[in-house]
Design a binder for this molecule. Structure first.
Ligand code: UT7
Length: 328
């Protein structure tokens, strides 16, 4: 009996039009293009300037996916949304997206794996496919990071941008799709990258608003230290257990938090720079949307059977690596 694999069969994306440049940021806080480019590698990020929420951005990405693939939304039986900037704590952004797209059949829910969210989501939906219980799944990754960024805090406001993606995942009997996943969470770094208030630990109050506690807070140096090690370790582990050498890998698709973290991971893999997808310069860190946004932008260069290594690290900490064989 042939084995069922889960494979990505299409990608849609949405990025807001407004480009927040380093020059504009340097007029808002004490920063400059040289610092941002040498320390992080970002030139500009997209910002959703109007009242559009994460669900609206996700809806646009799904519409793009439908345009590109001809997908009939009535046939979708699961929609999973990865986000740290959901419209509200309740209901789920996945349910709101279904409502806005007039979808009635699909099971839908959110997951929060922070910057590792896309990998968590792809691993999860691939289990539904392999179990045979779902046939057409949309994995939406939508982040309106500008809604939780404090534009008076130079240590975080230069880093993040807004974006949404939607990937279609389906079953296949071919030897393509999700091959392996090595995903983790340890909670060890939970104090170093967080939004302190707005949940049950610190409900919203006048004090939390005045204290800027609803914005993202990061101790960058600590996070950087672990990101470099954990992302590279997981990547090398996945390559090893699948007998992959750098020559077998067509692309590294890394989370786009810092160009230095990406380079360190590629170096540990002994992978040349031209096999690494990098678009951090134009979008910054869009949290769970970074990896699928790379896939979207490189889609035309990908060939069926290409070995891709997807690697992420984020708040929690959460981190991990997936090995996929491109399916079209
Ligand atoms: O995606 C989720 C996971 N997140 C990550 O992987 C991010 C990991 N961390 C990083 O990428 C880096 O730590 C940052 C890019 C956030 C910061 O880079 P860094 O090289 O670690 O800088 P730092 O925080 O150690 O700050 C160095 C200096 C400090 O000044 P002093 O204390 O040396 O005088 C900061 O105050 O740079 C200063 N600084 C800035 N200067 C100009 C911090 N932010 C800025 C800024 N512009 N925007």
């Amino acid at each position: 009996m042939s084995q069922t694999n889960a494979v990505i069969t299409g990608i849609g994306a949405y990025t807001p039009e407004y480009r927040l440049t380093n020059d504009e940021l340097s007029r808002m806080v004490d920063t400059n293009d040289e610092w941002i480019m040498t320390r992080v590698g970002i030139k500009e990020r997209r910002i959703q300037k109007d009242e559009k929420a994460a669900s609206d951005m996700g809806v646009e990405a799904v519409r793009d996916l439908v345009r590109k693939t001809g997908l009939n939304l009535d046939e979708v039986d699961l929609l999973v949304c990865t986000t740290v900037t959901g419209d509200a704590p309740v209901p789920s952004t996945a349910a709101i997206i279904c409502g806005k797209l007039d979808m009635h059949k699909a099971l839908a829910f959110d997951i929060n794996g922070a910057c590792s969210g896309f990998l968590y989501g792809l691993d999860l939906v691939s289990q539904y496919i392999k179990a045979g219980s779902k046939k057409k799944i949309i994995l939406v990754s939508t982040e309106k990071m500008s809604s939780i960024v404090d534009y008076t805090d130079r240590t975080t406001c230069v880093l993040f941008g807004d974006a949404a993606t939607a990937v279609l995942v389906e079953p296949t009997s071919e030897n393509v799709g999700v091959m392996d996943a090595d995903l983790h969470a340890d909670g060890f770094g939970r104090e170093w990258l967080k939004v302190p208030a707005g949940g049950s630990a610190m409900p919203a109050s006048h004090e939390t608003v005045e204290g800027h506690k609803h914005f993202i807070y990061q101790e960058g140096k600590q996070v950087f230290r672990y990101a470099v090690t954990y992302m590279a370790d997981a990547t090398v582990e996945v390559m090893k257990r699948n007998n992959l050498t750098a020559a077998d890998v067509a692309w590294l698709v890394p989370h786009q938090a810092n160009l230095r973290i990406i380079s360190a991971t590629a170096e540990r893999m002994e992978l040349p720079a031209d096999k690494v997808m990098i678009n951090i310069e134009r979008y910054g860190n869009t949290t769970s949307a970074t990896i699928p946004l790379c896939l979207y932008e490189w889609e035309k260069q990908l060939k069926k059977g290409d070995n891709l290594i997807l690697a992420a690290f984020g708040a929690g900490f959460t981190w991990g690596t997936m090995y996929i064989k491109w399916g079209y």
